[in-house]
Design a protein around this ligand. Structure first.
Ligand SMILES: [Zn+2]
Length: 327
C-alpha cells in the first residue's frame, strides 16, 4: 500500500480524535458554567491524585496513612461529583470521550506500539476499495434485517416459502457470526438469483465481525480479480510478500460477492483456487455469494474449485420473488 494512503488514514484518526476532544472541552466549559462546584471538585481531584502519585513514587517509609487519607478524600470528592451529576440528570460518563475503539482509544496504535486491529482493518479496507461499503455496513446489519419483506406464499416445487427459507438462512448466518471462532462453523455459499437478500446478508456478517475486531475483506469477485491483476502485472512493485495481498489468505474472513461476474480464464481459476484452498487449509473462514446455480458453478470453474466448494461449504439456496421489484 502506498505510504500517502496510510498517512491519510492516520491523519483521519488524529482529526477525529481532536474533534472529539474539542467537543468534550466545550461540554466541560458549559457544564462548569452551569455548576461551578464541579470545576472545583475536578481541580481538587486532579491535584490530590498528583500528590498521591508523587508520594507513591518517592516511596518513603510509613506513608501508608497519608496515602490512605488522600485516597479517602478523593473518593469523597468523586462521590460528591456523582451525586451532583445524578441530581441534575446528567449521565455519569458525560465528561468522558466515547471512543470508536476502546483498544487503542482511537489512536490506531496499541500501548506496545503495534498497529491496532481497527487500523489494520482500515488499511485493508482502503486497499481492497471497501470504503464505498462503509455506509452500507452502517445500515445493513442483523438488527435492521426485516423478515417481513419476504413473501410467505407457497412456491411450486419448494417445501418452504421464501420467508421460511430466509428465516432459516438468517439463523444460520447469525450463528456463523456469533460462533465465528469455533472450528465447527462451516464456510457459507449463498446461491440464487438477484434480489434475494444475499448481498444484504453478506453485509450483516461483515458488519458484525468488523465490529467485533475481526479483519474482514469484502469485495466482488470482479473487483477482487482486478485488484490482484493490477497488483501482479504492474505498478506497485508487487511481490508475493505484499502484505495486503497476503491478507487475502490470512484475513479472518473473506467475503467474495457475485462470484461468476469476473472474467473467467486460467489465470483467474488459479487465483481463485489458491485463495479458496489456502484458506481452507489454514482454517480461515470464507463466504461466497453467487447468482450461479451449483450446476453452473461446476460448468464454469475447474473441478478443483467446485469440489472444494461443494465439499467444504454449506450451500444455502435463495429463491422466491425478486425483492428489488417489491417495495
Ligand atoms: Zn483500535
Amino acid at each position: 500500500m502506498k505510504k500517502e494512503n496510510i498517512n491519510k488514514i492516520l491523519v483521519n484518526y488524529q482529526e477525529k480524535l481532536d474533534f472529539k476532544k474539542s467537543i468534550l472541552k466545550d461540554k466541560k466549559k458549559a457544564l462548569y458554567r452551569k455548576i461551578p462546584r464541579l470545576e472545583i471538585i475536578d481541580k481538587e481531584i486532579k491535584m490530590h491524585s498528583l500528590k498521591t502519585n508523587k508520594l507513591i513514587l518517592r516511596n518513603p517509609i510509613n506513608i501508608e496513612d497519608e496515602i490512605s487519607k488522600l485516597k479517602t478524600f478523593i473518593g469523597e470528592l468523586k462521590k460528591e461529583k456523582a451525586f451532583i451529576l445524578t441530581e441534575n440528570n446528567i449521565p455519569l460518563d458525560y465528561l468522558t470521550i466515547k471512543y470508536d475503539c476502546n483498544l487503542c482509544k482511537d489512536t490506531g496504535f496499541l500501548k506496545n506500539g503495534k498497529r491496532c486491529k481497527c487500523l489494520k482493518q482500515k488499511i485493508i479496507s482502503n486497499y481492497y476499495e471497501m470504503s464505498n461499503l462503509q455506509h452500507k455496513l452502517d445500515n445493513e446489519n442483523f438488527k435492521n434485517f426485516n423478515l417481513n419483506i419476504f413473501s410467505d406464499k407457497a412456491i411450486e416445487g419448494r417445501k418452504k416459502s421464501q420467508k421460511e427459507n430466509i428465516r432459516e438462512i438468517l439463523s444460520k448466518t447469525e450463528s456463523f457470526a456469533t460462533s465465528f471462532n469455533s472450528s465447527k462453523v462451516k464456510n457459507l455459499l449463498f446461491y440464487g438469483p438477484t434480489g434475494q437478500g444475499k448481498t444484504y446478508l453478506c453485509n450483516c456478517i461483515a458488519n458484525s465481525l468488523i465490529n467485533k475486531g475481526h479483519l474482514v475483506i469484502y469485495q466482488t469477485a470482479f473487483k477482487l480479480i482486478e485488484i490482484i491483476e493490477n497488483a501482479r502485472f504492474n505498478k506497485n512493485n508487487f511481490s508475493n510478500k505484499d502484505e495486503n495481498y497476503q491478507m487475502l489468505f490470512s484475513s479472518d474472513l473473506l467475503i467474495i460477492d457475485d462470484l461468476g461476474t469476473e472474467f473467467i480464464n486460467t489465470f483467474t481459476n488459479v487465483e481463485i483456487f489458491n485463495i479458496i484452498n489456502t484458506r481452507l487449509n489454514q482454517n480461515k473462514k470464507t463466504i461466497i455469494s453467487t447468482n450461479l446455480s451449483p450446476i453452473q458453478i461446476k460448468e464454469k470453474y475447474s473441478d478443483r474449485i467446485s469440489s472444494r466448494l461443494f465439499g467444504n461449504y454449506e450451500m444455502l439456496s435463495f429463491y422466491g420473488p425478486d425483492l428489488r421489484w417489491e417495495s
